[in-house]
Design a protein around this ligand. Structure first.
Ligand code: BG6
Length: 480
């Protein structure tokens, strides 16, 4: 339940979008079903379609049933939820629609607070965000200098801009209509239980933190792999590519969570200050270092995907070796590798510790066979493993690696909350800890822009679908 359970309205731009249909409606329905929403709330879907409220309600019901079967487990509850859905037709380029929206928002009788607390959710292509916020301001719906009481917030989906320049421009526009504490830049990875746990794992245990630095850690490897291609997102991928789709946000946020200093407290800004400092410390790739730091790939068959240029040079795989130039991490490689159409779907972070100074035991070649590791598996399994060496039973004294493993499923009953459940509740509650602040967005873009500039015009290495990407990526591991 929201801490301060005030009634509110969510205005969903992109009422028909894939995200709305697959994630937002099911999450909102479930939050209502589980009793997390207040007595009165409204969800106003905005699209260019001419739909009555009734038609929209039917449509949302159908979509939830077809995309998330089993979600609607109680028709009475669903009918109550459905009655809170409304639709407004808006041609995003024309101001009239926004005035209609304003009227619909204000048009509530006997439900205090519903029209004074507003959350705008932009589930729309990124390029439309400036237009929408300008028109919201024009229609008196902006967050800055509003005359009535109540809160106004805006959630903006990733990608936030497409490079440093556009992210800055976007912020100037949004920042002229909403204050920073009203802007929620969403990266759904930050709503994952196992990602939120990184902070807790690191800072609630005494045994790891003293070792969590360049003196004891040889390297960190972050993998975000998917065993499927770009599906029907050819048009988006051609513009984005994997560096912008995954590394700029999910990848660098994971890195920041592993590398950050302890925050002074658990306030949103204290945590985000530390993450921003890590991103700011990442050394930018240069033409001199790019070849030993970056491998880009494209899966075989990508050029035959729908809406993809047959001569496309877009990357669907990236492996990047980052260095974090600060006292804690100087010289420790952080490898992020992510890709589409790889051998497996898995996200994990492997922290490999330095070898003992002398290795007495076989196999003697290298200790990397048994080097201690902490393995944070983000998904699909939600586990933490610690690797260490033990004597292989038998006459010879040989070390073998073994694992001590914790699995969320064994220790906790699943609460069923997904990232969108959590982040919607956080946004309604006004908690920005797991939303990205503008400075972090910009540091991350600077990192990605540097890579993209150095790689401009190059054809990524083609790799077979179902493999682990171009073999050259293995060469980036270095000391890890
Ligand atoms: C999205 C990317 O942000 O994250 C997709 O745009 C990717 O390309 C997805 O597939 C992965 O998220 P999850 O939570 O399904 O691992």
């Amino acid at each position: 339940m929201l801490e301060d359970a005030v009634n509110f309205t969510i205005v969903l731009f992109g009422a028909n979008s894939d995200l709305a249909v697959r994630k937002l409606y099911p999450s909102l329905y479930q939050l209502a079903r589980w009793g997390h929403l207040p007595g009165a709330y409204r969800i106003i879907g905005v699209s260019r379609n001419d739909l009555s409220h009734k038609e929209y309600r039917l449509q949302v019901g159908e979509k939830i049933r077809s995309f998330s079967p089993g979600t609607i487990d109680d028709e009475v509850h669903f009918a109550a939820f459905s009655g809170r859905l409304f639709h407004v037709k808006v041609d995003l380029e024309r101001i009239e629609g926004y005035y209609r929206l304003q009227k619909e928002i204000m048009d509530v009788a006997g439900e205090p607070g519903v029209c004074s607390h507003l959350l705008f959710y932009l589930s729309t292509p990124p390029a439309l965000a400036p237009l929408i916020v300008r028109n919201l301001r024009e229609a008196g719906l902006g967050g800055k200098g509003m005359s009535c009481t109540g809160w106004r917030k805006i959630i903006v989906e990733k990608p936030y801009g497409s490079d440093l320049k556009t992210a800055g421009e976007l912020n100037t526009v949004i920042g002229s209509v909403f204050n920073e504490d009203q802007i929620f830049r969403i990266d759904h990875y930050l709503g994952k239980e196992t990602v939120q746990n990184i902070l807790v794992f690191r800072f609630s245990n005494g045994i790891f933190e003293p070792l969590w630095n360049r003196h004891h850690i040889a390297g960190v490897e972050i993998t975000i792999a998917e065993n499927f291609g770009i599906r029907d997102r050819g048009a988006f991928y051609e513009k984005a590519g994997l560096l912008r789709d995954i590394i700029q946000n999910h990848g660098l946020q994971l890195l920041a969570s592993v590398a950050m200093e302890p925050p002074v407290d658990l306030s949103a800004d204290a945590v985000r200050d530390e993450k921003a400092k890590v991103l700011r410390s990442i050394r930018l790739v240069t033409p001199e270092t790019v070849d030993r730091s970056v491998v880009l790939g494209q899966y075989e068959g990508y050029r035959r995907e729908k809406q993809v240029d047959p001569g496309s040079r877009t990357e669907t795989f990236a492996a990047v070796r980052f260095l974090v130039d600060n006292w804690r991490w100087k010289g420790v490689p952080f490898l992020i590798r992510a890709g589409k159409s790889l051998a497996e779907t898995v996200t994990e972070i492997v922290i490999t510790f330095a070898c003992p100074p002398q290795n007495f035991f076989g196999p003697a070649e290298s200790c990397s066979y048994t080097a201690n590791q902490v393995i944070l598996r983000i998904q699909p399994e939600e586990t933490i493993a610690i690797r260490f060496g033990v004597k292989r039973p038998g006459e010879s004294v040989i070390t073998d690696p073994v694992y001590m493993r914790f699995d969320y499923r064994d220790s906790f009953s699943q609460p069923g909350m997904t990232p969108y459940h959590r982040l919607l509740l956080d946004a309604l509650d006004g908690n920005q800890m797991n939303f990205i602040r503008q400075d972090s967005v910009e540091y991350s873009w600077a990192i990605i822009d540097a890579i993209r500039n150095c790689m401009a015009g190059r054809m990524p290495d083609v790799y077979p679908a179902g493999s682990w990407g171009p073999p050259e990526a293995g060469g980036l591991k270095g000391a890890i």
